[in-house]
Design a protein around this ligand. Sequence first.
Ligand code: GLN
Length: 489
Amino acid sequence: MGELSDLTLLESAKRLAAGEVSSEELVQACLDRIATVDPKVRAFLRVDAEGALAAAKASHQRRRSGIPPLSPLDGVPIALKDIFCEVGKETTAGSKILEGFIAPYDATVVARLKAAGVPLIGRLNLDEFAMGSSTEHSAFFPTRNPWDLTRSPGGSSGGSSAAVAARMVAGALGTDTGGSIRQPAALCNLVGLKPTWGRVSRYGVIAYASSLDQVGPLSRTVADAAALLQIIAGHDPRDSTSANLEVPSFSASLEDGVKGLRLGVPKEYFVDGMDPEVRAAVEAAIDAYRGMGAEIVDVSLPHTRYALAAYYLIAPAEASSNLARYDGVRFGLRSERAHTLGDLYAHTRAEGFGAEVKRRIMLGTWALSAGYYDAYYLKAQKVRTLVRRDFEEAFRQVDALISPTSPVPAFELGAKAEDPLAMYLLDVLTLPCNLAGLPGVSVPCGFTRGGLPIGLQILGRPWDEAGILRIARAFEREHDFSQRAPVLT
Ligand code: GLN
């Protein structure tokens, strides 16, 4: 300890404010750590030393000339999943089809981070177009879990979780369509927050399934997640699905505890096949909440068992439509083998997309096609409504729901890569929240005997990010799991 790269976002901010460290030193500490450990972990697709140092220098100069900080994180570097457009920078979404694509504008979240003075230190690996739960579907290389380099860091934001867990950077942004922030956070001992759908602008975020996608932070502490969300949240006239609601303070009530709160435990979330050590850690967490004065209430979300099937129709259906734009004409890759326009589309897509993305496009196109639409897509949408109503019913009785985030801890690389169904089943506890548009957070809640992290998921009412962060913080304050770091030499 004592290294700059061990500091959390808010600890770094405090040192900056006290004049004990400069933003350039913080960025340099990240760059040094990346140089040492990333050859093993492989979280970064690209490191932007020059851009981050320039932003750090500008932050430093502002501070030196007495200009008030642009935000509480002015000068504190973070990194981005490679799915956010940043003007003048390559953005690949983990796909060959976008290799070499230079974004012509900033995503709103990127613009907000820049306006907040946050240096952006590079691009993190992901499953191609965020489709996957292990980061093995990246077109470039798999990322490794810093807690055990033979295992996956989760996905699709696995570069983000691995980079933060390995102390290469103290915070990162990911996206979560069916669990892609919370699951990698759980597998890497981090806090990962998926905001309410509509809380954060999706403008300039490469789309996977638009009715499910949300942007959110991964960090080591709850307070850091709140600080990052504060910067990126809020209405954006460029994304008409971002809510025109006032953004509350996400940190004001963090220390308020859980006394008197009603926490629901959905019985359907303790599924067959769940790892017994995960179950035991989550049950211990439930007891801990009881000890902190929360009332624990058994609840039922009866349509949970249909959620996975509905998700794996809706998400591919939306993906097949969103990915139609990659045609060799406008973005990225253009096949050299084509002689006609039809050939150009076919060859570019055949060469540019990986196997999992092709599978999703085929499934989605099929589910939307005439004759099948009512039987599959429409039916899935009806199930989605039932899943949402289950949550509405539960939230009449309780303030939040608690469950495991992932049914299993980090798994070996290669263990599920060839078995799509086994991979899809990893999302069983995270994706219902996306179907319902709710906020959800994963917070570290223990380790297996083999030393692998376990995550606790807390789901809240729409727009109640502050509530679930407060509940997460109450647990974090009483335990030291978050302080443990993986050993990487
Ligand atoms: N694993 C899920 C999927 O592949 C979720 C991915 C995500 O949240 N982006 O669809």
